[in-house]
Design a protein around this ligand. Structure first.
Ligand code: ADP
Ligand code: MG
Length: 258
């Protein structure tokens, strides 16, 4: 998917190559979807992030791996504007301009998340009182889209994820893999620039996990969106273009998977 990424190299700081351009200052310049620099975060005596720099490019899928407690979720949440780092910057290219994710107040960040980001978690975090299609439509409804238009658009995403016929089901009437595909549909429905997934296959068997990863990639990088996936699973990471390894809140290695 991203031929510009080199074969695995030892980590030397910014190893992510910029796509080659002879017009670096022109409007045609390709900018990272997310550009994070110098991220640090401590919780009392615990250092969660210790100076992370990371660029995520349009159309690329990046896996973040590392031992439990290495800072993976903290990094994901800083890049997504869910938590504010102690120091450092995060710029998000929305497709309509660049947003400084760190600079915004909580209300602005919530608005940016709704408009520009999609989230998939280990447990789908679907609302049990809503039907599947209502869960998928929820980000649009929260953004002020008319309910029937939101449900119609949500239905097209459910079809794209192989969930047609399941629109009216509730959480308990869906398998684990179906629930994750509902969560993926919900993450795409607002046409986000960036989709972040934290252990999206962590609760699934290996066959379902592969199906869910394919669905996740088709609906993100397959449409030019950027995907970042936290995973413990080498097979899941192998679906991505690049793997970033964290240890003690630092990037300690980066490898291309193809
Ligand atoms: P990972 O996702 O790689 O397991 P996290 O980013 O969740 O790691 O956590 C990194 C470190 O920061 C861990 O030591 C964790 O206990 C700590 N940490 C994360 N969030 C909090 C929090 N809200 N309060 C206190 N410590 C936290
Ligand atoms: Mg985590």
């Amino acid at each position: 998917m991203n031929a510009q990424h080199p074969a695995a190299t030892p980590y030397r700081g910014y190893t992510t190559p910029r796509p080659t351009s002879t017009h670096r200052s022109s409007a045609l310049e390709v900018r990272p979807t997310v550009s994070a620099r110098g991220l640090t975060k401590t919780y009392g005596p615990t250092t969660a992030l210790s100076g992370v720099d990371l660029d995520l490019w349009p159309g690329e899928a990046v896996a973040v791996m590392g031992a439990s407690g290495s800072g993976k979720s903290t990094l994901l949440h800083c890049m997504a504007g869910v938590i504010t780092p102690d120091t450092g910057s995060v710029l998000l290219e929305t497709g309509h301009g660049v947003v400084d994710v760190v600079a915004g107040d909580a209300e602005q960040r919530a608005a940016w998340r709704l408009e520009h980001l999609g989230f998939v978690f280990q447990q789908g975090l679907l609302l049990p009182e809503l039907t599947a299609v209502e869960n998928v439509a929820l980000p649009l409804i929260l953004s002020g889209v008319d309910r029937s238009a939101a449900v119609a658009h949500a239905s097209t995403w459910m079809r794209a994820l192989g969930l047609d016929g399941l629109e009216e089901r509730r959480l308990g009437q869906l398998s684990g893999g179906q629930q994750q595909r509902v969560a993926i549909a919900r993450a795409q429905v607002g046409d986000p620039a960036l989709v972040v997934a934290d252990e999206p296959t962590g609760a699934l068997d290996s066959t379902t996990s592969a199906e869910v990863m394919r669905a996740l990639l088709d609906s993100t990088t397959g449409r030019g969106r950027t995907l970042v996936v936290v995973t413990h699973d080498r097979t899941v990471a192998g679906f991505c273009d690049r793997v970033i390894h964290l240890a003690d809140g630092r990037v300690v290695a980066e490898e291309a998977t193809r």
